[in-house]
Design a protein around this ligand. Structure first.
Ligand SMILES: [Zn+2]
Length: 142
């Protein structure tokens, strides 16, 4: 059975995998999902796992009533693979998302469907390596 590229993309997300297409002809990554490479026109697109790492390109705060969940943000994220996607940055106040901020995407499940949500990544070049080691949780929060 042949799935359309968009359907395949969503099916991977529903299974917990964040995938992009990569062109075998020119080696560039492709997003949004499509049947032909937008860079060189080749139809030799294969699916690869996305790193999920990216940088905020732009962000908008959407005002929403508090009883409907409060404000949220819609960001454009430049993934390290060189493609730009729309997403939401969580784990931070919507107003505090900054352009240029490093983020890490992961697949979340909402109402039976997978979607990519981003979280801020602490700046690597912070003061004197004071940050916690990767994978550890800050112990003294709250
Ligand atoms: Zn190509």
């Amino acid at each position: 059975m042949h799935l359309s590229a968009q359907t395949h993309y969503q099916a991977e997300l529903d299974a917990g995998r964040f995938c992009l297409q990569q062109c075998l002809q020119c080696a560039r990554h492709v997003f949004t999902p499509r049947e032909l490479c937008p860079h060189c026109g080749a139809s030799t697109l294969r699916w690869v796992r996305a790193s999920g790492a990216g940088t905020v390109y732009s962000v908008s705060t959407i005002a929403r009533q508090r009883d409907e969940g409060g404000n949220y943000n819609v960001a454009l994220i430049d993934l390290d693979e060189g493609v730009r996607m729309m997403g939401r940055v969580e784990g931070i106040a919507p107003e505090d998302v900054r352009i240029g901020q490093r983020v890490q995407g992961r697949v979340a499940q909402q109402q039976g469907h997978g979607l990519v949500l981003f979280r801020p990544v602490p700046a690597r070049s912070g003061p004197a390596g004071a940050g916690p080691a990767p994978g550890t949780q800050p112990g003294d929060a709250q």
